[in-house]
Design a protein around this ligand. Structure first.
Ligand SMILES: Cc1ncc(C[n+]2csc(CCOP(=O)(O)OP(=O)(O)O)c2C)c(N)n1
Ligand SMILES: [Mg+2]
Length: 323
C-alpha cells in the first residue's frame, strides 16, 4: 500500500523543513553540540520514498539523515531529544544527529560513513527475508557515495541475490565542496545498469514525482522484482554542515544558489493544497515541534556514569572488557 495523499506528503515535507530550522536554532544556541548537516531543500525525497513503504519496511540514511528518520515515522520529540543529547532521545542521547535510529519504525539508522548505509540495508533486508518476513527496503545516499566501493559491492550482491532494495541517490550536485562533475565519471544510473538494475532519474524537488517513481519500484519489488535505483536530482538549500554558518566556504555561485532555492519542495507540494488545508497542516506541525523542543529541553542529560553503557549488543561491560 502506498500513500500519495497530497496533504500527507505536504505534512511530511513541512515537518522536516521546520524540524531542521528549529534544530539549526538549537545549534546556534549551543544546545545541540557539534552541529548538523541540514536536509533543507531535499525534504521531498525522504517524504516521497517513505510514503511508498510500510511501517515494517526498512530504511537506512546518511549523515544528512533527519529527514529519513522523520519521514519513516519516528517521534519528532524523541528525535529532537536525541539531537540535544538527552536520555529520552531515540538512542538515549548516545547516537546524536548522524546515528539516530528507531528500529520500531524500521529505521536502522542514519550513518556517518559515506556509502556504508547501502550495505547495511542490503544485508538487513536479505536476512529478514530469509527469516520469512515480507519486507522491502530503501537506502538513501548522496552523489558523493557513488564512487565508494562498499556501495558498489552492495549493488552487486543486491542484484545477484535479487534483494528488494530501492537505492535512492540524492544527487544535490556536491559532495561537501566537490561538484559532482569533478568527481563522478560516467553516470549514476549507469552504475546501476552495469549490475542489471533498472534505474530512473526523477525531479527530487517534487515530492509527488519522487513518490510515483518509488511506489512503482516498490510495487515491482513486492511482486518479486530485484533492486532498483532512483536518482533524485535535488539541491541543498543550506550549508553542507552548520559549521559553514560560521566559516563561509565560497564554492557555490550565488546565481546557482538562487536558482536552486527557487524550486522548493515545500512550496511545490503546498501549492497542491487549498489555503485552509495548508494553514491547518502548518499549525499542526508548529504545535508538534513546540512540544518536541519543550520535551527535549525538559529532558535530563544522561548520567556520565553510564557513558560506557550500550556499547555492545552482547551486553559486554566495556569497563572490564579491556582488562
Ligand atoms: C567514507 C567517508 N569518507 C568521507 C567522509 C567525510 N564526508 C562526510 S559528508 C561527505 C560528503 C558526502 O557527499 P554526498 O554523498 O554527496 O552527500 P551530501 O553531503 O551532499 O548530502 C564527506 C566526504 C565520510 N563521512 N565517510
Ligand atoms: Mg551530495
Amino acid at each position: 500500500m502506498t500513500d500519495a495523499d497530497p496533504v500527507r506528503l505536504y505534512r511530511t515535507v513541512r515537518l522536516i523543513r521546520r524540524f531542521e530550522e528549529r534544530a539549526i536554532d538549537l545549534v546556534r544556541a549551543g544546545t545541540i553540540v557539534g552541529g548538523i548537516h541540514p536536509y533543507l531543500g531535499q525534504e521531498g525525497i525522504a517524504a516521497g520514498v517513505c510514503a511508498a513503504l510500510r511501517g515494517t519496511d526498512l530504511v537506512t540514511g546518511t549523515h544528512r539523515g533527519h529527514g529519513h528518520v522523520l519521514a519513516k515515522g519516528a517521534d519528532p520529540a524523541r528525535m529532537m531529544a536525541e539531537l540535544c543529547g538527552r536520555e529520552t532521545g531515540l538512542n538515549r542521547g548516545r547516537g546524536g544527529s548522524m546515528h539516530a535510529a528507531d528500529f520500531s519504525v524500521g529505521v536502522l539508522g542514519a550513518n556517518a560513513i559515506v556509502g556504508a548505509a547501502g550495505a547495511i540495508l542490503t544485508g538487513a533486508v536479505w536476512a529478514r527475508r530469509r527469516r520469512g518476513e515480507d519486507v522491502v527496503g530503501a537506502t538513501f545516499f548522496g552523489d558523493g557515495a557513488v564512487n565508494e566501493g562498499m556501495l558498489l559491492e552492495a549493488f552487486n550482491l543486491a542484484a545477484l541475490w535479487r534483494v528488494p532494495v530501492l537505492f535512492v541517490c540524492e544527487n544535490n550536485g556536491y559532495a561537501t565542496t566537490m561538484p559532482v562533475d569533478g568527481a563522478v565519471a560516467g553516470t549514476i544510473t549507469g552504475r546501476a545498469e552495469a549490475f542489471g538494475m533498472p534505474a530512473a532519474v526523477v525531479d527530487g524537488q517534487d515530492p509527488q514525482q519522487v513518490h510515483a517513481a518509488a511506489a512503482a519500484a516498490v510495487g515491482r519489488m513486492r511482486d518479486g522484482g530485484g533492486p532498483e535505483l532512483v536518482e533524485a536530482r535535488t539541491y541543498r538549500f543550506d550549508a553542507h554542515h552548520t559549521f559553514e554558518h560560521v566559516v563561509r566556504l565560497d564554492y557555490r555561485p550565488p546565481q546557482e544558489v538562487t536558482a536552486g532555492r527557487s524550486r522548493d519542495p515545500v512550496r511545490i507540494q503546498g501549492g497542491r493544497l487549498s489555503d485552509a488545508e495548508r494553514a491547518a497542516v502548518d499549525a499542526e506541525v508548529e504545535a508538534t515541534l513546540d512540544a518536541a523542543v519543550a520535551y527535549a529541553l525538559a529532558s535530563p542529560e544522561p548520567d556520565p556514569a553510564g557513558a560506557l553503557d550500550h556499547l555492545y549488543a552482547s551486553g559486554l561491560n566495556a569497563r572490564s572488557g579491556g582488562a
